[in-house]
Design a protein. Structure first.
Length: 275
């Protein structure tokens, strides 16, 4: 049982899963939703992210085995595929039920986020349009937060654009550690085509563009906290850049990107950008 639980944890892609769930919970809070709705929204997003993580490893299992990926549990223990499929089915049902509890608008928007992740897993990851899946999936998160009951509203378009750009940055940061293996197995998404240097520059640019959009739209309300937050995002972009160059196989660039996303959410909160 401990081995099986460990496999489920590792194949869920826990760091991105937790990071996106925490970011979504913060967006629900910034949108002014009650604490119970924030918890419900976080649970729905967590279930959806679990389906994305598990489906990713299931789809890639055969290719990972052929490439000898000893860091991939299903490549080492193919007999555990059935267990991951079962967990995936349970998570999918929970994602649907929890999303519907937030209201049909929020459920539809959460479906967009999950569909973006699944589209990436099912083939978009190996095309020049790989970043589009992340742009769409992350871009729907502010709208998911504001559309939840009670008081459903549509998030401003600029918040969705900024969130989508953060998603693009997260895509590059998340893929960087696996670039050599992806290239060896023929996965040629946008990060693989740009290489490490190009991917880091693209991620940093997307982060700064997201911060600039938030500043322009909300910065006048509280200029001093906004300036401090923007400086923090700039510093985190530099951290992501240095981490990717020094430790390209590590998760430092992705973590710095998600912390920068959290700072962007704090800027939104200070300036009441979502409600």
């Amino acid at each position: 049982m401990p081995v099986r639980l460990a496999v489920l944890l590792r194949t869920s892609h826990p760091i991105p899963c937790v990071a996106v769930t925490a970011l979504s919970a913060a967006l629900f809070a910034v949108a002014g939703k009650p604490f119970s709705v924030c918890l419900l929204g976080a649970a729905a997003v967590l279930a959806g992210q679990l389906t994305i993580g598990w489906s990713n490893d299931l789809v890639d299992a055969q290719r990972d085995r052929a490439a000898g990926r000893t860091d991939k549990p299903l490549a080492v223990s193919p007999g555990l595929d059935r267990q991951v499929r079962l967990a995936l089915g349970v998570a999918l049902v929970l994602a649907v039920l929890l999303s519907l509890a937030l209201g049909w608008r929020a459920a539809a928007l959460h479906a967009v986020t999950v569909a973006g992740g699944w589209a990436y897993n099912l083939g978009l990851k190996a095309t020049p349009w790989s970043a589009l899946a992340y742009f769409v999936a992350f871009g729907a998160l502010p709208a998911l937060a504001t559309a939840a009951n009670p008081g459903p509203e549509l998030a401003p378009a600029w918040t969705m654009l900024a969130a989508g750009l953060v998603g693009v940055a997260a895509h590059f940061g998340n893929v960087l550690p696996d670039l050599p293996e992806d290239l060896a197995t023929g996965v040629l998404g946008l990060p693989q085509r740009l290489g490490t240097r190009g991917s880091v520059l693209a991620a940093s640019g997307a982060l700064l563009a997201a911060a600039a959009i938030i500043d322009v739209r909300t910065g006048f309300a509280n200029p001093v906290p906004t300036a401090i937050g923007t400086a923090a995002v700039l510093a985190l972009a530099v951290v992501a850049l240095r981490s990717a160059h020094r430790h390209p196989r590590g998760r430092g660039a992705f973590l710095a990107t998600m912390v920068a996303a959290a700072v962007d959410v704090m800027i939104l909160a200070v300036n009441h950008g979502l409600g």
